[in-house]
Design a protein. Structure first.
Length: 695
């Protein structure tokens, strides 16, 4: 180091200049070699940037030297191939020895004008002063490609000539080859047709089989085998008797004989499946004629119609119940009008015979009988879904617990009661009083079915009725329900009794021991509540009745709101009574007059409108829902509301189907009094309507 410092600076400078000259000379020499190269040459650094190009590069790619220097080598490669090229180039810098020096990579090059040419790139690593470099020799291989394509065309032509010669040889044996080809095509078509036929028939929802004239199975689809639970080798080649058994054969054979005699046959039969389940089949036999017109066999098509028949039966039952309900509702409506008049006049008459004890007792007995008739009529209205419900959120578990004492007294000591509540049960939306009545009716029915004693089980659960279930049941929508099930260990019901169980006045009890309205009331109440009811029963195995009630939807707090009650039995306001039944109208007018009100009356909506236009001081419109003449109670109320001083409205009805539909269309909070109505209830409802308070 000291010796280096003692050297003459002039000498050191001379050496550096000589070294620089040698380096410059080497660089000039290398540049000369690059320029003299027959191919385009591009030198790149480790980052792939171009540091040197020759004139052939400019000529091949159409770029000026200045446009390429500093650019990535991939500027000369189409975008879709750049990734492949980068990977190839990077291997030389970062994985030396992975590819032989000077080897090439066929790519497409990209000229400045965007056109592409086939090129070959060969990379060679170089050691530069500032690091590792790579020399990329780029050769235009367009001529090679054209030569290759020409060679390929020549090969194709030769192959074509060979094929033509082969075809000539094949045509020399044309007859034989045609026969072979035709046979092969026919066999392939037959196999394809058989495979397609098998695929189609095996995926049919119906069972299918072919039987020859000896009643032997020659073909069947997978559905048929699945229904019978038999493998294919136990069906094809075996007779109907062997496959179906003696009992079924006795039913099938005569119909099959008709089909083999040339007649199409349709019928339905029950078939017990291997698991023991009995399914209903719709069977069709169609004779099959051969080419000579003679019968060669029979095609059997079997369709499972179990769910369809169940749904049809459920629909017929629902339609019958609906028809009976409409009839019952109409009778109950007229009966309500009669009871309104009878009970009202009896109550008025009772006030005039207060000093006559004997007459008072007779009137008391008559009023009691009339009220029993009203209770019976309410049951009929419940069945026909015409009763007025007051639905509210109900915890079924709490309701059952609250009825424990009542149920024990109703059932007696010989009946053991088991309650199985479901934890976390959603609230049901139903009329609590009607639900208690329904549960009591079911419990009493269960008690009567267990005269020697037994067990009554009451269960609750949250269930979902899916579409597969509701498809078999009429008048029930799929969705979530809150279930209440009542089961007994009694005598059960026969299928005939089960079919009529919900019909009013149908009973299997002795005369005088039952009206046959208990289950009818339950049916009507549940249906009107938007739910579903189902009975499961077999003779000797007890009965289970399941009630499916809709769950509470929306705000429970809003559903629980109820205004406080207020009673004001008398007044002096003006009341317009609109009632088409003359006796009922006269009774209402007489009662209201007796309570101090000024009373006006009309027999229909048109007459009532005339009074409202004439009388400006009407305070209350007391109208029947259904009125003759095309102007019903709700429409009358709407027209009255347009007056300068709109009266308050109180509706009354015997609850026909139209009444319920019309009342459903009225805004919430509608005031209504049901026929027959006691005098005290009429007084309370009228006063509450006038005061705008709850009854």
């Amino acid at each position: 180091m000291d010796a280096e410092l003692k050297r003459d600076p002039t000498e050191r400078i001379a050496e550096l200049r000589a070294e620089l000259a040698r380096s410059h000379s080497a660089e000039q020499h290398y540049r000369g070699l690059v320029e003299a190269a027959p191919d385009a040459v591009v030198v790149i650094d480790e980052q792939g940037r171009i540091v040197l190009v020759n004139a052939q590069t400019e000529q091949l790619f159409g770029y000026a030297r200045e446009e390429l220097l500093g650019q990535a080598l991939e500027i000369l490669v189409p975008e879709r191939l750049r990734g492949r090229h980068v990977g190839h180039r990077s291997g030389y810098f970062h994985k030396p020895g992975t590819r032989p020096m000077g080897s090439g990579l066929d790519l497409s090059g990209r000229r400045k004008d965007g056109s592409e040419i086939p090129i070959e790139i060969s990379l060679s690593p170089l050691q530069g002063e500032d690091g590792l470099l790579a020399s990329a020799a780029i050769r235009d291989i367009s001529e090679r490609r054209r030569a290759q394509e020409s060679l390929q065309r020549t090969r194709d032509e030769l192959e074509q000539r060979v094929q033509e010669r082969t075809a000539q040889l094949e045509r020399s044996n044309e007859a034989l080859l045609a026969e072979i080809a035709e046979r092969r095509l026919a066999e392939a078509a037959l196999r394809a047709s058989e495979a397609k036929l098998r695929l189609i028939t095996d995926n049919m929802p119906a069972g299918m089989a072919y039987v020859d004239v000896r009643q032997v199975y020659r073909y069947h689809n997978q559905t048929f085998a699945d229904w019978l639970g038999l493998p294919a080798h136990r069906i094809d080649g075996h007779s109907i008797r062997e496959v179906m058994g003696e009992e079924a054969y006795a039913e099938i054979s005569p119909r099959m004989a008709q089909a083999l005699a040339g007649k199409s046959v349709r019928y339905e039969r029950d078939q017990r499946l291997p698991g023991g389940e009995i399914r209903r089949w719709s069977v069709r036999y169609s004779p099959h004629l051969g080419q000579d017109g003679r019968i060669e066999g029979c095609i059997a098509m079997l369709t499972d119609v179990t769910e369809q028949r169940q749904a049809e039966q459920a629909l017929r039952q629902a339609q019958k119940m609906e028809a009976v309900g409409q009839l019952t509702g109409g009778v109950a409506h007229d009966f309500n009008n009669l009871l309104t008049v009878i009970l009202g006049n009896l109550q008025i008459l009772a006030e005039h015979v207060q000093g006559d004890a004997e007459a008072g007792e007779l009137l008391k007995a008559a009023i009691k009988a009339g009220r029993r008739g009203a209770d019976l009529n309410r049951t009929l209205l419940a069945f026909s879904r015409r009763q007025r419900l007051a639905p509210a959120p109900v915890d079924l578990n709490e309701l059952i617990a609250g009825m424990a004492g009542m149920l024990r007294r109703a059932l007696g000591e010989t009946i053991q009661t088991v309650v199985v509540p479901s934890p976390g049960l959603p609230l049901a939306m139903a009329d609590p009083a009607q639900l208690e009545t329904a549960l009591l009716n079911l419990a009493v029915n269960a008690r009567d079915a267990m005269p020697e004693g037994g067990t009554l089980t009451i269960e609750t659960a949250s269930v979902v009725l899916d579409e597969s279930y509701t498809a078999r049941e009429a008048d029930v929508a799929p969705g979530s329900y809150v279930m209440l099930a009542v089961s007994d260990t009694g005598s059960g019901m026969s299928p005939e009794v089960l079919m009529h169980a919900f019909e009013p006045f149908f009973t299997t009890k002795d005369t005088g021991k039952g009206s046959g309205l208990g289950l009818a009331l339950v049916y009507g109440f549940v249906k009107q509540s938007g739910g579903h009811v189902k009975i499961y029963s077999e003779e000797g195995h007890g009965t289970t009745v399941r009630l499916y009630l809709p769950p509470v939807r929306g705000s429970i707090e809003q559903a629980l709101e109820a205004p406080a009650a207020a009673v004001h039995p008398k007044g002096s306001e003006t009341v317009l009574v609109v009632e088409d039944e003359e006796d009922v109208r006269e009774l209402a007018c007489r009662v209201l007059n007796g309570l101090g009100y000024r009373v006006l009356s009309a027999a229909d909506g048109a007459a009532a409108l005339a009074i409202l236009e004439r009388e400006a001081g009407v305070d209350l419109l007391f109208t029947d829902v259904v009125l003759p003449g095309g102007l019903n109670g709700p429409e009358l109320a709407r027209r009255a509301a347009s007056a300068d001083r709109a009266p308050r409205v109180l509706y009354t009805s015997g609850y026909t189907g139209n009444a319920i539909q019309q009342l459903d269309a009225i805004e919430q909070g509608v005031r209504l009094i049901c026929k027959p109505y006691p005098i005290e209830e009429l007084a309370r409802k009228v006063r509450a309507a006038l005061d705008g308070t709850a009854e």
